[in-house]
Write a protein that binds this ligand. Structure first.
Ligand code: NAD
Length: 257
């Protein structure tokens, strides 16, 4: 079913073929959307270009979300290429490895601010840049990726949990600001998946094992599952949904003990 046919999507956060953003980009392509990808720095460009070729995606430029000039350049290039934008995927997060182990209490002022800037504020910055392009298309849909550590204290997730709490709050406030322009904003709270980022979290395999043992579905989440939900929320299937955090975690978040 080509539910995204004729739609134009910017996907930010592909690092390699394990990235959740890559699964989303592939499924958006299968659903008929035209895709643009960005990359963070030259090293990742080498990984992103061959992936982009697989789904006939445009590599629209380098994007470090802390760099306002690069944000302006990427959205300027999109305006030139498409004149507008229907869908934005934000799958970006960063914390120093040292902060994803041991005590949350020890996080430095500098690292705390940097984690918040890259993992939460960046959604605001990208949504602001996307607004006029989505308005030009009569509306749009934005999806970001969160994790249960936003609302529960998960060992070792630490400052990233604080950033995800801020990210989910940003989703709610952005949805109010953008709703009158028919732009929806939602988060998917995904279960554990083995990616470049999650490999930095100490004892990640314990988190993943716990989900397999105790979730209602008694199995691991498949990485295609958050991607399928992203396509639904980004497309007209999700037309009545905004400001939400949707759990795609084989039900783990509802389990008490
Ligand atoms: P990933 O390492 O493949 O993707 C993280 C991306 O963030 C990379 O593409 C990286 O280039 C990008 N990034 C980091 N700092 C950046 C910056 N300054 N500017 C631009 N891009 C930057 O890992 P992933 O697991 O696919 O992560 C994608 C999203 O999914 C993240 O928000 C993550 O927190 C979230 N998430 C992951 C899991 C999991 O278990 N893997 C679970 C729930 C949510």
């Amino acid at each position: 079913m080509e539910i995204a046919k004729g739609k134009r999507a910017l996907v930010v956060g592909v690092a390699n073929d394990k990235s959740l953003a890559w699964s989303i980009a592939r499924q958006l392509h299968e659903a008929g959307a035209e895709i643009a990808l960005t990359y963070q720095g030259e090293v990742l460009e080498k990984r992103v270009r061959p992936l982009a070729a697989q789904i006939e995606a445009a590599v629209i430029g380098e994007l470090d979300v802390t760099n306002d000039d690069q944000i302006a350049a990427v959205f300027g290039a999109l305006k030139e290429k498409w004149g507008g934008l229907d869908m934005l995927v934000h799958a970006v997060a960063f914390a120093e490895r040292e902060d994803l182990r041991d005590r949350f209490l020890n996080v430095s002022r500098k690292n705390f601010a940097r984690t918040m800037e890259i993992s939460a504020y960046s959604l605001v910055a990208l949504a602001r840049a996307a607004e006029p392009l989505m308005e030009a298309r009569g509306g749009g849909s934005i999806v970001t990726l969160s994790y249960l550590g936003a609302v529960r204290a998960i060992p070792n997730y630490n400052v990233m949990g604080v950033a995800k709490a801020a990210l989910e709050a940003c989703v709610r406030y952005l949805s109010i600001d953008l709703g009158s322009k028919n732009i929806r904003v939602n988060a998917i709270s995904a279960g554990p998946a083995r990616t470049l980022s999650s490999s930095a979290i100490r004892d990640f395999h314990t988190m993943a094992h716990e989900v397999e043992q105790r979730s209602p579905l008694r199995r691991a989440m498949d990485v295609e599952e958050p991607a399928k939900m992203a396509v639904a929320l980004l497309s007209d299937l999700g037309s009545g949904v905004t400001g939400q955090t949707v759990y795609v975690d084989v039900g783990y978040n509802i389990v008490g003990f």
